[in-house]
Design a protein around this ligand. Structure first.
Ligand code: MSP
Length: 478
C-alpha cells in the first residue's frame, strides 16, 4: 500500500494560534485527506514546540510554571485545529517523554558521528527568533523581523560541523533528491549554501527549559535542533523501528518561507550525520499580511481563526484561505475579503445551486428522478481533473476550476428556466435535474478534502431516496 507522511512545523506555544499557523495546518489537512481518500496509508503530523527561552519567558510573564503554561497553550492549538475541521493523525508535543527519549538517542548518535565539538561562542541572540543573528542582519541594531535588540551572548556551546555539508547539500538539492518548492525557494537555499556554511551551536548553557544534553547536563539542547527531530520522534525513532522504517522519510514537509534554512540546510545535514534519509519534498508557502500589514500584537491585527470559524464556519475559513492566495505566494487577507468570498462563492454560488436544485426536484419530481430518465445530450461539462492540482499544491487553481463548474451549473438552471420547465415539460426537466444532481455530487466529492463538512452534508442529502429542499448551507452572516 502507498504510504504518505506529511508534516507541518510544530508551533511555538508562547502565544495562541493565528491564521498564519492555521494556513499551513489546513493545507496539510487537505492534502492528507486527499491521500487518505485515495487509500494511501497516511500520517499527517502537527504539534507544538514547547521548550526554549521564548516559551519560558512567556510562561514567566503569565505567572505560570513553564510546564503549566505549555500545557494550556498546546491545548489551545489542538482545540483550534479541531474547530477548523483539521484532523491530524498525530499531534506531537516536545515535552512528551517519547520525544525526549528519541532526542536523547539522536544526540548520542550525532556525537558518535564525530561531527560535534565543544567551543566558545559569542553572538547576538534574538529570543523571538530563537536564533543567533549576524551583525549584518540587523537594521539600526534591531532584529528586522521582531524589532528587538538581540542579546549579546558569550558562552560555551557544543557545535555541529555544518560547514562540512555544503557539497552534500548542494548535490542533494540540485539533483532533486530533496525537492524544494516553489523553485524560488530552492534558488534561495542554493545561493545561501554557495555563500559558505558556518558551524552551528547545538546546545545552550543558560537555558534551563529544555532537554539536557545527554553527556553534559549543564547544557540543554538548542530548541531548534530538538524541534526538528519531532518529525522522527513521532514515527517511532528509537522506540518502534518497524514504524520508523515504514514512514520515514516524510513525503512532504510543509511550512512558510520563514524557516526554510532550518529545514532545507540544517535538517538534512543532521539527518545525514546520523545516517537517516532526508525528507523527499519541502514546500514553503508565503506569508500573510492583514489589510496590507504584517500581523503583529503591537498593531493589534492578529487574527484568531476561532473568531472567523464562529462567524462563518470551518469550511468557509478553509475555503477562503486556500482560494484567496496562490499557495507559495505572499498574500493579503482580511475579514472583508472572507465575507466577500463567503457571499459570492459560497452562499450565492455553491449554496444557491444546491438549494435551488433540491427545491425544484422536490417540487416537480416529488424528490425522485424517474428511473428511465435519459441522459441529456449536452456538451457535458467536464468536472475538472483535480488530482494533479492538489498533489502539486495548486489549491487556489483547484478551487477556481471547481467553481467554474458551479457557475456552469447555475447557468444551466437559469438559461433553461428550470422553474418553468418543471411545469411545461416535466420529462425534459427530469433530464436537467439528473444532470445537475450528478454534477453537484461530483463537485462535492472533489471538494471533500477542502470542505469536509459541507461536502458530506450535500452527499448525504443527495443520496437519500427522496430528495427534499436542503437546509441552507451558508446562511447570511450579519
Ligand atoms: N517552532 C518553530 C518551528 C519548528 S519546526 C521543527 C516555529 N514556530 S512558529 O510558531 O513561529 O511557526 C512558524 C510557522 O507558522 C511558519 O513556517 C508558517 O507555517 C506559520 N506562519 C506563521 N505566521 C505566518 C504568516 N503570517 N503567514 C503564513 N504562515 C505563517 O517557527
Amino acid at each position: 500500500m502507498e504510504k504518505f507522511y506529511i508534516t507541518t512545523p510544530i508551533y511555538y506555544v508562547n502565544d495562541k494560534p493565528h491564521i498564519g499557523h492555521a494556513y499551513t495546518t489546513i493545507a496539510a489537512d487537505v492534502v492528507a485527506r486527499f491521500y487518505r481518500s485515495r487509500g494511501a496509508d497516511t500520517i499527517f503530523l502537527t504539534g507544538t514546540d514547547e521548550h526554549g527561552a521564548k516559551n519560558e519567558k512567556s510562561a514567566v510573564a503569565a505567572g505560570k510554571t513553564p510546564q503549566e503554561f505549555v500545557n494550556e497553550m498546546s491545548a489551545q492549538y489542538s482545540l483550534t485545529w479541531d474547530h477548523l475541521g483539521i484532523a491530524p493523525d498525530d499531534f506531537i508535543r516536545t515535552t512528551e517523554p517519547r520525544h525526549e527519549r528519541a532526542v536523547e538517542l539522536f544526540l548520542n548518535k550525532l556525537k558518535d558521528s564525530g561531527k560535534l565539538y565543544e567551543g566558545e561562542y559569542e553572538g547576538l541572540y534574538c529570543v523571538p527568533h530563537e536564533a543567533f543573528l549576524k551583525e549584518s542582519d540587523l537594521v539600526d541594531g534591531l532584529c528586522p523581523e521582531h524589532k528587538v535588540k538581540p542579546e549579546l551572548i558569550k558562552e560555551k556551546n557544543w557545535f555541529f560541523k555544518l560547514s562540512d555539508y555544503g557539497d552534500y547539500l548542494k548535490e542533494l538539492i540540485t539533483s532533486g533528491k530533496l525537492e524544494i518548492l516553489p523553485e524560488t525557494r530552492k534558488h534561495e537555499v542554493v545561493s545561501f549554501i554557495d555563500q559558505g556554511l558556518e558551524d552551528i551551536a547545538i546546545s545552550r548553557p543558560n537555558v534551563k527549559w529544555g532537554i539536557p544534553l545527554p553527556w553534559d547536563k549543564e547544557q540543554t539542547i538548542y530548541v531548534w535542533i530538538e524541534a526538528l527531530f519531532n518529525y522522527c520522534s513521532a514515527v517511532g525513532y528509537g522506540a518502534d523501528e518497524t514504524k520508523f522504517k515504514k514512514y520515514w522519510p516524510a513525503e512532504v514537509q510543509l511550512m512558510a518561507k520563514d524557516i526554510i534554512k532550518f529545514h532545507c540546510i540544517i535538517w538534512p545535514a543532521l539527518l545525514n550525520a546520523i545516517d537517516e534519509q532526508p525528507p523527499q519534498k519541502i514546500f514553503a508557502h508565503g506569508f500573510f499580511t492583514v489589510d496590507g500589514q504584517k500581523m503583529s500584537k503591537t498593531i493589534g491585527n492578529v487574527i484568531d481563526p476561532n473568531d472567523w470559524v464562529d462567524k462563518y464556519g470551518a469550511d468557509a475559513v478553509r475555503y477562503f484561505l486556500l482560494r484567496e492566495v496562490p499557495f507559495g505566494h505572499d498574500g493579503d487577507v482580511s475579514e472583508d475579503k472572507l465575507k466577500a468570498r463567503y457571499e459570492s462563492d459560497l452562499a450565492n454560488g455553491l449554496g444557491n445551486l444546491v438549494s435551488r436544485v433540491t427545491t425544484l426536484v422536490e417540487k416537480f419530481l416529488d424528490g425522485v428522478i424517474p428511473e428511465n430518465t435519459p441522459e441529456l445530450s449536452l456538451e457535458n461539462y467536464p468536472v475538472p481533473e483535480l488530482n494533479e492540482l492538489i498533489t502539486s499544491f495548486k489549491f487556489h487553481e483547484a478551487l477556481a476550476k471547481t467553481w467554474e463548474v458551479v457557475a456552469w451549473a447555475n447557468k444551466l438552471v437559469d438559461e433553461n428556466k428550470l422553474w418553468e420547465l418543471g411545469k411545461t415539460d416535466p420529462d425534459k426537466f427530469a433530464q436537467y435535474a439528473k444532470e445537475l444532481i450528478m454534477t453537484i455530487k461530483q463537485v462535492s466529492q472533489t471538494l471533500s478534502p477542502f470542505m469536509p463538512e459541507a461536502s458530506q452534508k450535500i452527499l448525504d442529502h443527495l443520496n437519500k431516496e427522496k430528495i427534499t429542499k436542503i437546509e441552507q448551507l451558508f446562511p447570511r452572516v450579519v
